[in-house]
Design a protein around this ligand. Structure first.
Ligand SMILES: Cc1ncc(C[n+]2csc(CCOP(=O)(O)OP(=O)(O)O)c2C)c(N)n1
Ligand code: SF4
Length: 278
């Protein structure tokens, strides 16, 4: 059996036909299969946490250890996993509703801790599982059952927030481009520290007005300059109907990780050991 097939589960996939979550799943499987086939990691080196939402069903479709978390709490649970076993490669899947609303404090503090893990943020500008209420990245004027007069507020810009919070890795990718997602997920997993990837994703059922940004996206070179990163972050404000949207590694730098800063964890890292076997 090839590695990608080993990552499959028996669960029936219940995302809407055509939902880009199918392509995100495929890209994650391809990324992990490449890393295992290249003998960089073993399947059991990976662990996942997921939030609650359409995106979070990925928990049932990936044959990896993990925790299906409370809404908004997928990041702190992942950091807990890293403290439990700093040698794990932990990947977190979460939605814009979950992370930028209920989980926003965890998002900000995660950049400060800089645990060596990856956050894959499925941004469809909608709380989709609960029928399309507006999230902090929904565009102004978005009408839903919960906002019949249209959303009054301007959306927040999570890339700017991540930069202000001293993120060490920020990237953006397109949920319709498997090749680009695999490239970005691979770079994020290789990054030493907290890697944040915003995946721009259509929802075929809710907030249709926010869909179809593919033609506006353009690829940028991997960037390590903060001033350039700030410019890239400003190019798309989650509101605009036109203008370019940069995708790629928007910013990367090096800072000590949580595991390196914490002496007991550093020992476990150096010995490739766990608390049980220390
Ligand atoms: C503590 C708590 N608050 C709220 C909910 C309800 N809830 C479950 S899924 C969800 C929407 C998730 O939206 P998002 O994170 O954007 O993911 P998507 O469904 O769009 O993938 C909400 C509000 C919950 N399950 N638990
Ligand atoms: S409601 Fe939207 S996000 Fe959820 S599965 Fe359907 S298309 Fe995907």
């Amino acid at each position: 059996m090839n590695m990608k097939d080993k990552l499959k589960t028996e669960s029936e996939i219940t995302w809407c036909p055509g939902c880009p979550n199918h392509l995100i799943l495929e890209s994650v499987k391809q990324t992990i299969a490449n890393l295992v086939d290249a003998k960089k990691f073993k399947q059991e080196d990976f662990a996942i946490t997921t939030d609650i939402g359409c995106h979070a069903k990925i928990f049932d479709y990936l044959n990896l250890s993990g925790i299906y978390c409370l809404h908004g709490r997928a990041i702190p649970t992942a950091i807990g996993m890293k403290i439990g076993n700093p040698n794990l490669k932990v990947i977190t899947f979460a939605g814009d509703g979950a992370v930028y609303s209920e989980g926003i404090s965890h998002f900000i503090h995660a950049f400060k801790y800089n645990a060596d893990m990856t956050l894959i943020l499925h941004d469809n500008q909608s709380f989709s599982l609960t029928t399309g209420q507006p999230t902090p990245t929904s565009q102004q004027g978005y009408q839903s059952k919960a906002s019949p007069l249209g959303t009054f507020d301007k959306p927040m810009n999570p890339i700017k927030l991540a930069l202000a919070a001293n993120a060490t890795f920020i990237a953006r990718t397109n949920a319709r481009d498997i090749k680009h997602m695999v490239e970005i997920f691979t770079k994020a997993i290789a990054h030493k520290g907290f890697s944040f990837i915003e995946v721009i994703q259509d929802c075929l059922i809710f907030n249709l007005e926010a869909n179809g940004k593919d033609a506006r996206m353009y690829k940028v070179k991997d960037n390590t300059d903060k001033k350039i990163a700030e410019k890239l972050a400003s190019e798309f404000d989650y509101n605009s109907k036109e203008g370019r949207i940069p995708i790629g590694v928007i910013y990367q730098t090096n800072e000590p990780t949580l595991e390196e800063k914490w002496p007991q964890l550093k020992k476990l890292l150096d010995k490739k050991s766990t608390w049980k076997n220390k």
